[in-house]
Design a protein around this ligand. Sequence first.
Ligand code: GCB
Length: 595
Amino acid sequence: MKNTCTVAIAILIGLISNTLPCAAQYAMTNVYGRDHILLNGKWNAVIDPYKHGHKILIYNDRPLKGKTDFKEYAWEGGLRLNVPSDWNSQQAELNYYEGTIWYARHFNVNKEFKGNLFLHFGAVNYRCTVYLNGVAVGSHEGGFTPFQIDITDKVSAGNNFLVVEANNTRSADAIPALHYDWWNYGGITRDVMLIRTPKVFIDNYFIQLDKEHSDLIRAEVKLSEKLAGKSITVEIPELRLKEQLLTDANGKAIATFKAKKLIRWSPKNPKLYQVRVSSGEDSVEEQIGFRNIQVEGTQIMLNGEPFFYKGISFHEEIASRKGRAYSQEDALLLLTEAKELGVNVIRLAHYPQNEYIIRQAEKMGILLWEEIPIWQGIDFTNEQTFEKAKNMYAEMVMRDRNRCALSFWGIANETAVSDVRNRFLKRIIEHCKSMDTTRLITAAFDNMKFNAETNTFELIDPLPAYLDFVSINKYMGWYMPWPTQPAKVHWNVAIDKPLVFSEFGCEAQYGQSGDPSIPGSWSEDYQEQLYRDNLAMFSQVPNLAGISPWILFDFRSPRRLHPVNQGCWNKKGLISDGGYRKKAWYVIRDYYNKH
Ligand code: GCB
């Protein structure tokens, strides 16, 4: 009787806490450099379009009450899904699925374990609740940023049962919102880890070159607990640097120190240094690079030299697999193609992509632009949406702020002017500056007006005043016919700042020839001509600081409804879904080789 009662109370507490899962935490810095095991592999899965599972699925195996009792669920014997990976590419019936899928697996915890234990998720699209041994332990919203859950006091010695309820339903208050131009891949799309740390550990650190100086390294380190007077050591052996820092009452220490003979990171020489941070029982290391990125007049300056932005974008997608990119091999595939084109910048469209891509790009000497998916259609009136944006921003910056390749934070893509939008984005810019001053901040605009009398594009928008440089998405020759000869189109936009054309291009079917003057030919010939025309226009832009065609690869998008020419693919790629280069690829490769 006593036992039944205890179980009932435990279930009741469980149910209450299940309805109120606490928010997950920001991930600690450099998870791959920690003591961890990957929880990747095949997980059991249950498709649950009616969201019925929370009544039953959070438990591994409820014991039967007697001969007449039975269960209407089981974890064993059903669907098995790979983690990490989207679910859409794993089963034909899940291709278009938007809803809930439950994932489950077991893991073991050593009985002797000391210190803290965290569950870390690289990303789950879009929202999720995590249950451990039948109890909700954390929830998260946002499909492209990492989070962790402290399970130190919640794990059992021995076997543990882990359940993840993942849901990728689009909603008006979400980021991105209801409509966007990429596939809404659902599921546990990035690595899952179990991370072990000492009781007090190095929670996060931020080590980069000071914005102005070429030899001044700034280090900010924070312990997991608010302990004053704790010693922290930052070492860069190759530079013979060993600095001792002391924490303040918040467990945080900040110091700047001179690094003589520092070689700065650049595309030509992507030099990285081994950096070690240690305190008490904890020590963590990784490779970090140092560079200065600034703006002078209408130029972007890298390490004090003018830098012409030769960009490209891609989605986190492997076209041939029709699925999300998630591994080191995927990262290499995407980045090698970008490098072949001759780029020095990649805009990671339109959301933070996985760490394999970021770290590999850094090794290959490619600068990065990273953004959260504030992509058209965002509900700027909703304060909760603002809080979500702020949170995603923080998660992105915290994960990647030690990557010197990361040079540009994008704060929004194609948003229309209004008071609420202006306020929302200004607050995001302030938030961004409060977290990091070592990068340039930009946004992509598409709300230029064309003055037909002067053949000039103008932008009436208060936001550029708050940005380091301005980026333009303009599909001349595709969404807008040429009003005059390309070289006669003038740009009078943010004339005192660097201007980057962050998107231009058009769709073309690989292998299709057609009239180079007719967009509706969907031909490589038209695309090639459109690229030549756009380059002619760019050559006349007084504050041109760079260009970035849209996009490297054809990508999947349910918005692209033409059954013959698109078939749910956006065909603006310079490379087809089959991996073949279109004619326009060579136009850009030649342009980049000359610049
Ligand atoms: C844009 C968007 C991009 C779209 C592209 C297009 O302006 O920023 O996400 O995919 O246009 O193909 O229309």
